[in-house]
Design a protein around this ligand. Structure first.
Ligand code: SF4
Length: 352
């Protein structure tokens, strides 16, 4: 029987119950199916041995567990793993597994491409094609979960891959509900981090939900003048409004905001930039995550020098702003967001 292109992960818990009832099955079957799909990591309906054969056949006829195909699977020496998934319409997305002593973190994408156009980002170079569906977002998490050893569990989710997550909240939020629900992966919402380029109205919308997700705002510059150059959408937004929305998020949820700052050698990594950032975040309960730029062949930006990075951290800390430099994961694979997809897409373009 040919595999269906309809992902079972497009169905919510209640929709799966309805599907079971419509096919003459008791509601508790939906619970069993979900147990196989989530904690039991089934890769085919045939694996679901406690279901009657007739039900397994109906599921196989109507759904696939995964609709994407793994087109590339890279494994770095630090055991960071990266998947390039090809979706049924031929588009590709990336997701990454990062291993640390006490954490297993998956980084997921929410869109095919991105409209934000940050000038140092491989993902933004090809523009936005479309939003991912809930099933396509969930598939990334569960594909990565199935890369883990039997006794390993995912502990953290970072929504920091390709795309602007807050532009796809209607598809993302049900996914986060699934993975944090007891009948899903039962992960703590406090271990979910949603990253944004800084869309004030959307940050406020997320705040209203009052879920304890962590919010990471990708700032990259403390002044509008420099930020307009690095993050072009800033032109219509402005740093002040972003910080006001982030403050509101903190007030409602009590979750400390992380400000992401990609250090671009010679561009935004000088002592004056660190002081501007410290001025901006003074009196705020904030944490700065500094990310030294990964060199990308096609982009004119470079890794910052180590002394510059250290002095940036020292200035922030001396001024009372907590800061860390993100550990580089998967340095020997194309681990910077969007690099694998960019390579794939440009390699497959006909030559001019
Ligand atoms: S850094 Fe993020 S928001 Fe900016 S273009 Fe890349 S994916 Fe989009």
């Amino acid at each position: 029987m040919p595999a269906s292109q309809r992902s079972i992960f497009e169905l919510s818990r209640n929709e799966l119950v309805t599907w079971c009832e419509r096919h003459g099955e008791k509601a508790f079957r939906a619970r069993q199916i979900r147990r196989w799909l989530f904690p039991n990591r089934a890769t085919s309906f045939e694996d679901m041995l406690e279901l009657p054969k007739s039900l397994r056949e109906k599921l196989t006829a109507e759904f696939s567990i995964f609709t994407g195909e793994i087109q590339q699977h890279q494994v770095a020496t630090d055991r960071t793993e990266k998947l390039l998934l090809q979706l049924p319409d031929g588009n590709t997305v990336e997701c990454v597994l990062m291993r640390e002593t006490d954490r297993r973190t998956v980084c997921i994408s929410t869109q095919v491409g991105c409209a934000m156009g940050c000038v140092f980002c491989a993902s933004g170079m090809l523009g936005l094609k479309r939003n991912l569906t809930r099933g396509e977002i969930l598939e990334q998490i569960l594909r990565v979960d199935r890369l883990l050893d039997e006794d390993e569990r995912l502990t953290n989710i970072v929504v920091m891959g390709i795309g602007e997550p807050l532009q796809n909240l209607p598809q993302l939020l049900p996914v986060l509900d699934e993975v944090t629900s007891d009948s899903g992966l039962a992960m703590s919402p406090r271990r979910v981090t949603v990253s944004t380029v800084g869309l004030p109205a959307k940050i406020k919308e997320l705040a209203k939900l009052n879920r304890p997700f962590n919010l990471a705002v990708s700032l990259h510059a403390a002044t509008d003048q420099l930020r307009n150059e690095l993050v072009p959408v800033n032109d219509n937004i402005g740093v002040e409004d972003i910080l006001a929305a982030a403050d509101e998020y903190f007030e409602v949820t009590g979750r400390r905001i992380t400000y992401e700052y990609v250090l671009l050698g010679g561009v935004n990594d000088q002592p004056a930039h660190a002081h501007q950032l410290a001025d901006l975040l003074a009196d705020r309960n904030a944490h700065v995550n500094l990310i030294p730029m990964n060199d990308v062949e096609t982009l004119p930006f470079h890794e910052p020098a180590e002394p510059e990075t250290q002095s940036f951290v020292a200035i922030l800390e001396a001024r009372g702003t907590a800061a860390t430099v993100r550990k580089r994961k998967g340095a020997d694979i194309d681990a910077a967001c969007g690099q694998l997809r960019l390579k794939q897409e440009t390699d497959s373009q006909p030559e001019a």
